[in-house]
Design a protein around this ligand. Structure first.
Ligand code: AMP
Ligand code: MG
Length: 487
């Protein structure tokens, strides 16, 4: 069938042990609920074709289009610190790659498309709720300007999936720079397959980090590039209050995109110990632990690359350690600069560190809403009303008043207001709103709240009076403090 999609599948040209050719399992009654037309155009795909019967058949896994070579990829990973030598795409199938408008290679993958060789006990399917959750949160991250996998579309399948109850099934079409993970390297390392690691590293360099090929030691340059990308990514997460929730090594992308939106959620009250995931009982992946967990994961990546870094293993380990040693400073540089932007601090002043620290301490002590506090602060210099709204978050607190005085003396109001407006979203995917949108869809087949939430989040930095409610934290009775993988 002609598909108007020009697939080019470089991953499927890697050695056979990297993947298993696997066709999606057809579903009963595919229905396209959401198509991301803008993203389709960016990928050079025809949105009309995608919405056609043939397009929907592809998005549902009911038909394989010409040029697609569907595969399930192999990977391993540390889950909550425990190594599992074989995970792999248990419910995802890579249809192929396309070259987008900017010349970048992007994976097109179905998630929830049926069993594969890697499914272990699972059914290979996804429920509507988690699919909607991934769609809305990944698209919000993209609108924040944070590297992420994207959501091209989702269909409902007409089939139920069995979780704790029967739920409507759905399939997400996920787009990524690639789906190569730290766990992909670990898969080969666990098998002492140095040839495999080398082939994978060469593929990654050519695809994501071509400048590394010119370096004196390309594999060391690759490790450094991945470390730099993750240091920046995790800083960006913290700056919007994002808690990934399941930073297992199989959920860390080598290309530096946010991937695998399971139990992720955003902070409301500022508390660095915040955990949402119901399965993260020890708080391993708490908000404030994310930088150290990223480094832990990168250390696992470095271990896999040791055989490639130098002929002498002691020398190789030393190089890996030196590269990992850069992570802290890189993370802090991004995080501190980001906080300075969020507070409208131009240039640098010796008192800035204390100003930033004291602000965060005030947020923590008052359990103030992270997003709303920064946003109201941004508006405070320009209006008495906004100042009153800001004060209402802190009550009568002399320390807050003192801080506000110091901050106002430090900033240049007009310039700060503009910087802050662009650094502090008004709208984030608040957990209770995401859950309400999922409940309306799951219980009443009403996708109205989901569409409204998507519309607000498409322009997160712009005030949109019709969406003012989405800027507010959950009322006590609306709070959703636990999130579930839904797998
Ligand atoms: P995740 O927690 O989503 O990162 O998934 C961890 C592993 O479990 C991956 O290998 C997934 O492919 C697999 N998995 C998750 N859900 C399912 C499912 N419903 N059926 C089969 N495999 C699954
Ligand atoms: Mg995963």
């Amino acid at each position: 069938m002609t598909s108007a999609i020009r697939f080019d599948n470089s991953y499927a040209r890697l050695p056979p042990r990297f993947f298993e050719p696997t066709l999606p399992t057809p579903v009963s009654k595919p229905r396209l609920i959401r198509l991301n037309r803008e993203l389709a155009l960016q990928l050079g795909l025809d949105p009309e074709w995608l919405a056609s019967e043939a397009g929907v058949a592809m998005l549902a896994g009911n038909a394989t289009v010409e040029g697609s070579t569907p595969i399930a990829t192999a990977y391993a990973g540390h889950q909550f610190g425990h190594f599992v030598p074989q995970l792999g795409d248990g419910r995802a199938i890579l249809l192929g790659e396309v070259i987008d408008r900017d010349g970048l290679r992007r994976d097109i993958q179905l998630k929830g498309s049926g069993r594969t060789r890697f499914s272990r006990g699972g059914d290979g399917r996804a429920a509507l709720g988690p699919v909607m959750r991934e769609y809305v949160i990944s698209e919000a991250m993209a609108a924040f300007g944070i590297p992420t996998t994207r959501a091209l579309a989702f269909v409902t399948t007409g089939d139920a999936v069995v979780r704790e109850q029967f739920l409507p099934g759905a399939i997400l079409t996920r787009v990524a720079a690639s789906h190569i993970r730290v766990g992909t390297f670990q898969f080969f390392a666990a098998r002492r397959d140095v040839e495999g690691i080398t082939a994978l590293a060469d593929h990654v360099i050519a695809r994501h980090y071509p400048a590394c090929a010119e370096a004196e030691n390309p594999y060391l340059a690759l490790l450094e590039a991945v470390i730099a990308a993750q240091a920046k990514l995790v800083a960006q997460w913290l700056l919007v209050g994002f808690v990934h929730g399941v930073m297992n090594t199989d959920n860390m992308s080598i290309a530096g995109e946010t991937i695998d939106y399971g139990p992720c959620a955003f902070l409301e009250a500022y508390d660095t110990d915040t955990v949402f995931s119901s399965v993260d009982v020890n708080g391993r992946y708490a908000y404030g632990n994310q930088p150290s967990i990223a480094l832990w994961n990168l250390t696992r990546l470095a271990e896999t690359l040791v055989p490639l870094l130098a002929p002498d293993s002691a020398e190789a380990v030393e190089r890996a350690q030196a590269a990992l040693g850069q992570f802290g400073a890189q993370f802090h540089a991004h995080y501190d600069a980001g906080l300075a932007r969020k507070l409208g601090l131009a240039g640098s002043d010796p008192a800035d560190d204390a100003l930033i620290r004291d602000w965060l301490a005030l947020l923590a002590r008052h359990e103030a809403d992270f997003t709303l506090s920064f946003r109201r602060l941004a508006q405070a210099p320009s209006s008495a009303e906004a100042q009153a709204a800001l004060r209402s978050l802190f009550g009568a607190d002399a320390q807050f008043e003192d801080w506000l005085g110091r901050w106002q003396a430090r900033i240049e109001p007009e310039q700060a207001a503009e910087t802050m407006r662009r650094a502090n979203p008004a709208y984030i995917p608040r957990n209770h709103q995401v859950e309400a949108a999922i409940a309306a869809a799951t219980e009443n087949a009403d996708f109205g709240p989901f569409e409204a939430l998507l519309a607000a989040l498409a322009r997160p930095f712009d005030e949109q009076p019709q969406f003012a409610g989405y800027a507010l934290p959950a009322k006590p009775e609306e709070r959703v403090l636990r999130t579930f993988c839904g797998t």
